[in-house]
Ligand binder design. Structure first.
Ligand code: CUA
Length: 265
């Protein structure tokens, strides 16, 4: 065998070993996991955003000709998002630009990926699998917002020389309260951290003055919270869709929820 041939073979072997090494390093060293199909989840037909905690979301994405649902998602920077993806018609692609999330939306199956958004900005969603006449228009958007303090241009607390307890990472409510909010479906549409979702955020809602659809104003007190739980359509805050339905719950649970909502600062 010619020397150059031997060199080529050894070079190829070396390359293969380094590629395999890179895979092992990515898995154990960088803790990168491959996105996968979730077999214990029933495929869903409606998009949904569930806030599990502060900065923790579960998003159930539905791909369909030719849109994603939810089409737009707004979350604060640093959020950890569990993405579940299904399709209600044909195969679609699902790529979040500027990230390594790249999934297939398959009818009858649920695929999964997890991502933490460390940088604020707009992350477009694109369908990268040809799915019919409207394929090139099939897009969505994830807006990752900077922390509120930097949004308003306020002086960071650390710069005014007063030691303030850090709000971030501190849950807005106790674990038991969060469990009840989740169980009753509240967190599917109402955030606890000021993020705009389907319904108004519950952050600091008690005592807030809200403008209603008809232009009148209401101050959020116990009676308003109670009414909004029992009869959500009665007084809709301006700019929000009329979609909330009363959830089955006991008087005791309603009382607890009113107290919880009052306490979300
Ligand atoms: Cu959906 Cu292309």
């Amino acid at each position: 065998m010619d020397r150059s041939e031997k060199m080529a073979i050894w070079f190829a072997v070396l390359l293969m070993v380094s590629f395999a090494g890179a895979l092992v390093y990515a898995f154990f060293g960088l803790n990168i996991r491959f996105p996968g199909c979730v077999t214990d989840r029933t495929p869903f037909t409606k998009g949904k955003v569930i806030q599990r905690g502060v900065g923790e979301y579960e998003v159930q994405y539905v791909a369909k000709m030719w849109a994603f649902e939810p089409a737009e998602l707004e979350i604060p920077v640093g959020s950890k998002v569990d993405i579940y993806l299904s399709s209600i018609d044909v195969n679609h692609g699902f790529q979040i630009k500027f990230t390594n999330v790249n999934l297939m939306a398959v009818p009858g199956a649920v695929n999964y990926a997890q991502i933490t958004f460390d940088k604020p900005g707009d992350y477009p969603l694109v369908c990268h699998e040809y799915c019919g006449a409207g394929h090139q228009n099939m897009m969505g958007m994830i807006r990752v917002k900077p922390r509120e303090s930097s949004l308003s241009g306020a002086v960071p607390e650390s710069d005014i020389g007063i030691e303030q307890p850090k709000a971030e990472g501190q849950p807005a409510v106790s674990e038991a309260s969060m469990a009840l909010l989740n169980a009753k479906g509240c967190t599917a549409c109402h955030s606890l951290d000021g993020t705009r979702m389907v319904g108004p955020s519950l952050k600091g809602v008690f005592g807030r003055e809200e403008e209603l659809e008809d232009g009148s104003k209401v101050t959020v007190d116990e009676a308003y919270i109670l009414e909004s739980i029992k009869n959500p359509m009665a007084k809709i805050v301006k700019g929000y869709p009329k979609v909330m339905v009363p959830m089955p719950m006991t008087e005791q649970e309603i009382k607890q929820l009113v107290e919880i909502v009052k306490g979300i600062r």
